[in-house]
Write a protein that binds this ligand. Structure first.
Ligand code: HEM
Length: 183
């Protein structure tokens, strides 16, 4: 088994839990979209200081800014934040979860594209972000060279699970941010 395969297998249940929660939000609806963007804004705000490679740092800064811009378009408070992580995650774990989430975002973007509400359609920054496929490819190439067993691999898998749980925590906070105005 490669580290890449181990990560997929051993984070599958955390990913499934998060997918299930996120799928409960209707992305063509203002409240559902605001809840999704609020989760992203909180999580990326707390996680981006831990991104150590230029590629993933740019991606996380950009996605964080886009989620904030869309929240503003929706009339929501973009200054949402959350508690810090108790332990700094390994950068490979961070790259895995955040670059991997771009794969799922392609699917979510298709759901958002069905929106008829003009305010939801104008909140287009997050779902028009680049795929950042190069971050994913860099992660895959690196994970393919690393052993799937051992202390470092155990730590990466553990940290990736913590990041999924952290997302879940962010998703559970204020799931429907108050809409301040219909702009
Ligand atoms: C309803 C919400 C979500 C759905 C439907 C979803 C769906 C998917 C799909 C279909 C893939 C596989 C894409 C492919 O192989 O081409 C994927 C991959 C991935 N997603 Fe999600 N996703 C969701 C939310 C998230 C979130 C919020 C995160 C993390 C913040 C995340 C992290 C990942 C990761 C790390 C992968 C790579 C898995 C691997 O191949 O090892 N996903 N997702």
């Amino acid at each position: 088994m490669t580290l890449r395969a181990r990560l997929r297998a051993q984070t599958a249940s955390a990913h499934y839990r998060l997918d299930t929660r996120v799928s409960g939000w209707d992305l063509v609806d203002r409240h559902g979209l605001a809840a999704f963007l609020g989760m992203q804004r909180r999580a990326l705000g707390a996680l981006r200081p831990y991104a150590r490679r230029d590629l993933s740092q740019d991606m996380m800064d950009d996605l964080h800014a886009r989620a904030g811009a869309d929240l503003t378009v929706l009339g929501c408070d973009a200054s949402v934040s959350t508690r810090d992580l108790p332990v700094a995650p390994m950068s490979l774990a961070l790259d895995y979860v955040i670059a991997g989430s771009r794969l799922g975002s392609a699917l979510l973007g298709k759901r958002w594209l069905g929106a008829r509400d003009m305010q939801v359609r104008r909140a287009s920054a997050y779902f028009s972000a680049p795929s950042y496929i190069e971050v994913w490819q860099t992660f895959c190439a690196q994970a393919a060279r690393l052993p799937a067993e051992g202390l470092a691999a155990d730590r990466i898998v553990c940290d990736a699970n913590h990041i999924f749980q952290f997302y879940d925590h962010c998703a559970s906070q204020d799931p429907e941010p108050r809409l301040y105005a219909h702009v």
